[in-house]
Design a protein around this ligand. Structure first.
Ligand code: KG4
Ligand code: ZN
Length: 444
C-alpha cells in the first residue's frame, strides 16, 4: 500500500509518500519545506506560518509525486470550467478559508491524474491551530476529489513511531520491545509517554511550562544566536567542548565542575514526579546575560553558556526518563521530536544505558562501598544504576527524521490503518467530518 502524508502542525511543510510492500517500508519521497521567514523573529508566528503552508503545499506535493514517479499529467482534453464543475464547488467550500491554497490546488487537480495512492494521512493535532487546519483541509480536499480514505494522525505518535521505520525495531518481538518509555522532546512538547504497545499510550509526565526545544530556542534568542536555537546551541557547545577538550561526560548535574562560574539550574531534577519545567532555566540565562557588562559577553562566554544550557536540559531529561523507565520496568526507551536530534543527548543516553563489562561493574560497586565521599557515592551509584539497566534498548530516530516531517505521519498512519487499541473508540474519519484539534493528546 502507498500512503501520502501531510504535516503542517508548526512551521515545516512536510509531504511524504511511504510504500509498504512485501513486509518492508520504502520511502518513495519525503520533502520538508522549512519556513525561513521565522528566523528574523526568533520564534514561529502562527498566522505567518499558515500563509506559508498555503503557498508551499501544492509545489511540495508536485515535487513529492514526481520523485515517487506518481505524477501523471492528464491527456490534453477539454477541461471543465471550475465554476461549472460540481466537484470543484465542493473543493471551493472545503478551502473557503484558504484562498491562496485553493488558487493553486484547482489547476493542479485539472492537470494531474489521480495518483496511485491508497490512503491520505494528515496531522490533525496537536500543534498550532491555524497551521493544522491548512493540512487538514488540504487532505480533506484531496480525499474527496480522488476518493481516497483519510487517516488522521497524532503528531506526537508520529514522533514516536517514526523509529519503527527501522526494520530491526518493527520486527522486534513485542514481548521484547514493550512496554516502552517514550520521551518526546520538541519545540512544542516535552512528554514522557508509557507505551504498552502500538496504539496504547499514557502520558505519565510533561512540561508544566516551556518545552525543551522552546527553551533551546529562547536561550538562543537571549544569547543573540539565530532560530531555531537547538541546532545552533548544540553546534557551538559541541565545538567548544572539543576545542577545550571538555570531553568528560558529566555525572548527573556535575557539568558545573567543567564550566566554572556558570552554573544554571536543573529545574525539577529531584521532584518526585515525571514532570518538567524549563522556563526557570531560560530566566536564569536572561538574568545572567542582563547582569553582565556588554563588553564581557564574549564569544567564549556565549560558548560556555551554550554548553551549560545544553547540559542542564540533558541532565533533567536523562534523569527523569531513566527514573520513569526503571519505575515502569520498561524494556525500551524511545526518543523522538526535534531535540532528539541532539548529538550530546544521544551520546549521554547511550552511555547511561549501555551494558558494561562485569569487571568494570564490580570495580564501580567496590568504589561505591568504600567511598566516604557522599557526592562521589551518589554519582557512582547513579552511573552503575543507569548502566545496570542492561536490558533497556535506547532507540533514536534517524536524526533527519527527528524534526517535523511528513514521513513520520505516514509511518504512524500505516500502523493506524486499522484502528488499534484505544483508537477503536474513535469515529471513522472522512473528508466530511475531520477536524483539527490543537490540544489533541496521545492516548486519549
Ligand atoms: O519536532 P520539531 O521539529 O517541531 C515541533 O514539533 O515542535 O522540533 C523543533 C525543535 C526546535 O525547538 C529546535 O530548536 C529543536 O527541536 N532542535 C534541537 C536540535 N535540532 C532541533 N534541539 C537541540 N539540539 C538539536 N540538534
Ligand atoms: Zn514535532
Amino acid at each position: 500500500m502507498k500512503i501520502l502524508a501531510i504535516e503542517t502542525s508548526c512551521d515545516d511543510t512536510g509531504v511524504a509518500i511511504l510504500e509498504r510492500k512485501s513486509g518492508k517500508f520504502k520511502v518513495l519521497s519525503n520533502i520538508v519545506s522549512s519556513q525561513t521567514i521565522h528566523q528574523n523573529y526568533g520564534g514561529v508566528f502562527p498566522m505567518m506560518a499558515k500563509r506559508e503552508h498555503q503557498v508551499n503545499l501544492v509545489p511540495v506535493l508536485i515535487r513529492v509525486l514526481k520523485q515517487a514517479k506518481l505524477a501523471n499529467p492528464k491527456p490534453e482534453t477539454r477541461n471543465p470550467k471550475p465554476e461549472t464543475n460540481s466537484k470543484f464547488k465542493i473543493i471551493n467550500s472545503i478551502l473557503e478559508r484558504e484562498p491562496e491554497l485553493l488558487k493553486q490546488l484547482l489547476p493542479f487537480l485539472e492537470k494531474y491524474e489521480k495518483p496511485d495512492i491508497d490512503a491520505i494521512a494528515v496531522t490533525n493535532g496537536p500543534g498550532l491551530e491555524p497551521c493544522l487546519w491548512i493540512g487538514v483541509n488540504f487532505a480533506r480536499a484531496l480525499s474527496f476529489y480522488w476518493n481516497i480514505p483519510i487517516i488522521p494522525v497524532n503528531h506526537i505518535e508520529g514522533h514516536i513511531l517514526v523509529s519503527f521505520l527501522n526494520p530491526k525495531l518493527y520486527t522486534l518481538n513485542p514481548k521484547r520491545a514493550f512496554p516502552a518509555m517514550c520521551l518526546v522532546v520538541s519545540g512544542g512538547h516535552t512528554q514522557l509517554v508509557l507505551m504498552k504497545k502500538i496504539g496504547d499510550y499514557k502520558i505519565i509526565g510533561e512540561t508544566r511550562d516551556d518545552a525543551a526545544g522552546e527553551c533551546f530556542d529562547k536561550c538562543a534568542k537571549i544569547l543573540g544566536l539565530g532560530y531555531p536555537g537547538g541546532p545552533i546551541i548544540a553546534k557551538i557547545a559541541d565545538d567548544f567542548k572539543l576545542k577545550e577538550k571538555l570531553t568528560k561526560v558529566s555525572k548527573l548535574g556535575d557539568s558545573k565542575l567543567e564550566i566554572q562560574n556558570l552554573s544554571l539550574p536543573r529545574p525539577m531534577l529531584n521532584s518526585k514526579d515525571y514532570d518538567f519545567s524549563f522556563s526557570g532555566l531560560k530566566t536564569a540565562v536572561l538574568y545572567a546575560v542582563r547582569d553582565k557588562k556588554q563588553d564581557t559577553i564574549t564569544k567564549k562566554y556565549v560558548s560556555k553558556m551554550c554548553v551549560e544550557v545544553q547540559q542542564s536540559i540533558i541532565d533533567v531529561l536523562l534523569k527523569k526518563t531513566l527514573q520513569a523507565a526503571k519505575d515502569y520496568k520498561v524494556k525500551t526507551i524511545i526518543l523522538g521530536g526535534g531535540v532528539s536530534a541532539n548529538k550530546e543527548l544521544r551520546k549521554q543516553f547511550t552511555l547511561k544505558t549501555s551494558p558494561i563489562s562485569k569487571s568494570f561493574q564490580k570495580e564501580k560497586i567496590a568504589v561505591k562501598e568504600n567511598t566516604k565521599d557522599k557526592k562521589e557515592e551518589v554519582a557512582v551509584c547513579y552511573k552503575t544504576d543507569g548502566r545496570q539497566n542492561r536490558s533497556i534498548n535506547v532507540v533514536f530516530p534517524d536524526p533527519k527524521f527527528s524534526t517535523d516531517n511528513g514521513l513520520m505521519i505516514a509511518v504512524a498512519a500505516y500502523f493506524n490503518r486499522k484502528p488499534f487499541g484505544k483508537l477503536k473508540a474513535r469515529k471513522k474519519a472522512s473528508w466530511k467530518n475531520l477536524e483539527a484539534n490543537a490540544n489533541l493528546r496521545v492516548g486519549e
